[in-house]
Write a protein that binds this ligand. Sequence first.
Ligand code: NAP
Length: 311
Amino acid sequence: MKNELLILAPLPDFLMNPLLAANTCHDYFHAEDKAALLAQVGAKIRGIVMAGGSVVPVALLEQLPKLEIMSVFGVGYDGVPVDWCKAHQVRVTNTPDVLTEDVADTASALVLMTSRKLIAANRFLHEGTWLKGAFPLAHALHGKLAGIVGLGRIGKAIARRLEAHGMRVAYHGRTKQEVGWEYFESLTAMAQAVDFLVVACPGGAATKHLINAEVLAALGAKGTLINIARGSVVDEAALIVALQGGTIRGAGLDVFENEPQVPEALMQCGNAVLLPHLGSGTHETRAAMARLVVENLAAHFSGAALLTPVC
Ligand code: NAP
């Protein structure tokens, strides 16, 4: 008999097809009457599949008495109530490592695009403005200091890339690591010291608005904020004020507080480069992430060890 899964996010065919081959999938995300769907299938659901950005309320989980596993199509699991899952023996898996290099490429690209003003330069040429004169000078990367907030798998991959650009690297996190890069216990002190503040820590309650008006003021007019982590980590309203007033030089953002809604005021900031949460968005990486989702579920339902357990 196939296992019953609840699907909490829109998933690509290359993930849905193998899921459908081995399981019976119920599309909660697209269901018009979610309560009716839960009333119909809630009692037999054994697994949930969700995206990294999905948020699962405990109230929903409480309606799934046979739930055993939640498989996240992403490395960030800030939308999963992990303590509740531990207390109720519900396993959680995610997709670490396979997306690290792509997300680090995205961060590195944002550093280049903001410092060298590459997006504006592209527009400048397309609009024919080059015929009227040269593009204004931008800022060099080599010799500049980048401070990584959250030196984990992705943070380290970003650090390696920025070093290749001739930049110096420092980091902030809850713990000092055995690495060659300078550690700042104080985030504000690091923001004050760096030219680029690159956010790569997890989202969730513990890091909500970690980058606030005080940190942005410390980053100052010589500084650029890069965020490829989660929109929740940055106080977006404070960031807009800082960008509008020139408190900071610029921002490169792949993630936003209320995706896919991006405030009009942020879109109007000429000193911000904005991407539609595409950090891991390549064919190769998404396929590898999908394989991990499918293989974790298969391992669980066959009684084997999970490949990438969170808990
Ligand atoms: P990871 O290996 O677990 O690294 C997370 C790092 O954040 C750790 O070094 C941790 O160090 C640090 N950290 C945790 N809490 C912190 C806090 N309160 N303040 C400062 N640092 C803190 O995770 P990863 O694989 O690198 O992924 C990082 C995040 O990137 C994910 O959680 C996800 O939200 C985001 N992401 C975004 C995209 C995208 O498409 N834009 C794609 C994938 C992932 P300490 O424990 O020492 O604090």
